[in-house]
Design a protein around this ligand. Structure first.
Ligand code: PGA
Length: 249
């Protein structure tokens, strides 16, 4: 049985003060809800206040990125241990915006995934095809390269808690969502690829869907058997909307 995981990816939004307002608003709305795992991924500068305010609640905090080295002369970077010490439990790795604007590749994703596990953080690894790849009928090829190279060297025993987010690039922030059938097909494909790496344990790995998830489409997406949660951008920024997403049932 895979416990659904609903995660808000705030991207470059909310100052520490705005984070306080959001967290204080959402905490009572989600109190006592335990059949869904709830994660919020604020910017680095809001993590401290977010973990402090959500201590002993059902809300977990994640980061949006990390660097693979533990320390050293890497100006502007943040390590897994630094995030862990702040109380993070999750970290997003390889989001398509990082691949697109910051030069991330399947190779850097792979290093970051290992760095996350080394710091006892659970990576949420993002994969997804571009519109060009979908139109050229290359969805399987794109996902297979991202999974095989990004997750190379992992094994079920040490890395079985990984979370995958399937985010078709053409659906992110565009208002265009994959149909439940399209998402379902991709999730099935991904689970098959995970099987090559993790064997039977692939059945317990959670695969989130991401890309314009909103309160009005979350239910039918979540009804698909291989969709185990959502990674939500825009619609996770307002407490009432995030509440509806978490309570999709
Ligand atoms: P969106 O973003 O929900 O705003 O499309 C999702 C994501 O990028 O994780």
């Amino acid at each position: 049985m895979r416990k659904p995981i609903m995660a808000g990816n705030w991207k470059l939004n909310k100052t520490p003060n705005e984070t306080i307002v959001f967290v204080e608003e959402i905490k009572p709305l989600l109190a006592g809800l335990n059949d869904v795992e709830i994660v919020i991924c604020p910017p680095f500068t809001s993590i401290n206040v977010a973990t402090y305010l959500t201590k002993n609640t059902n809300i977990k905090i994640g980061a949006q990125n990390l660097f693979w080295e533990k320390s050293g002369a890497f100006t502007g970077e943040v390590s897994g241990d630094m995030l862990k010490e702040l109380g993070c439990e999750y970290v997003i790795v390889g989001h398509s915006e990082r691949r697109q604007y910051f030069g991330e590749t399947d190779q850097t994703v792979n290093k970051k995934v290992f760095a996350a596990f080394a710091a006892s953080l659970t990576p949420i690894v993002c994969v997804g095809e571009t519109l060009q790849e979908r139109e050229a009928d290359k969805v399987e090829q794109a996902l297979s390269a991202q999974i095989r190279e990004g997750l190379q060297g992992l094994n079920a025993k040490d890395h079985g808690k990984i979370v995958i987010a399937y985010e078709p690039v053409w659906a992110i922030g565009t208002g265009r969502t994959a149909t439940p059938a399209q998402a379902s097909e991709a999730h099935g494909l991904i689970r098959g690829l995970l099987g090559e790496i993790f064997g039977e344990a692939a059945q317990s790995i959670r695969i989130q869907y991401g890309g314009s998830v909103k309160p009005d489409n979350v239910k039918e997406l979540m009804a698909q058997s291989d969709i185990d949660g959502a990674l939500i951008g825009g619609a996770a920024l307002k407490a009432d909307s995030f509440e509806k997403l978490v309570k999709y049932k």
